[in-house]
Design a protein around this ligand. Structure first.
Ligand SMILES: [Fe+2]
Length: 166
């Protein structure tokens, strides 16, 4: 009997979109566990592939945020994601080759689960201040555009401009 890794606040980055995606990955892990318990080969195949695809797309999304934020360690983080992609694709290939689905699913649940939890706690947490700052900056710019497009006076706009320059 394996163990199921589940979401806990220690994985929180404080970036809503990232936290939602990380939570979805944990949901996939519990769906894998469910499929194993249900002894459903088709469900195992579907949900393992879905987890691997989702995690790869999520990593690409993270890289786009890191790129926009000018994160200085993006290249190193990209290399880590590439290593994950190779690992995920190897599991996908093994699944397609007809290997015992349940044994493979248990391996994926534990191996990918541990990889992701370590990655979130260590590598992802490192980009958080950079991406947060960049997303907050984006918010200020959007608010400025709204102010500039709306019929308000310069004196009403000035505090926002001063804040944006500071
Ligand atoms: Fe990452």
């Amino acid at each position: 009997m394996g163990f199921v890794i589940s979401w806990s606040p220690e994985f929180e980055t404080g970036i809503d979109i990232i936290d939602e995606q990380h939570k979805r990955i944990f949901e996939y892990l519990s769906e894998i566990d469910h499929a194993i318990k249900a002894q459903s080969t088709s469900e195992v195949e579907y949900v393992v592939k879905a987890l691997l695809d989702y995690a790869i797309s999520h990593n690409t999304f993270e890289e786009s945020l890191m790129g926009k934020a000018g994160y200085p360690m993006l290249d190193a983080h990209h290399q880590v994601h590439e290593a994950f992609k190779a690992r995920a694709e190897a599991y996908g290939a093994r699944l397609s080759s007809g290997e015992d689905h349940f044994r493979l699913a248990r391996e994926v649940r534990t191996d990918i689960g541990l990889w992701l939890t370590n990655h979130i706690k260590r590598d992802d947490k490192h980009y958080v201040p950079y991406v947060k700052k960049s997303l907050d900056g984006g918010f200020v710019s959007r608010m400025l555009v709204i102010c500039l497009l709306s019929p308000i006076t310069y004196s009403e706009l000035q505090p926002a401009l001063l804040y944006a320059r500071s």
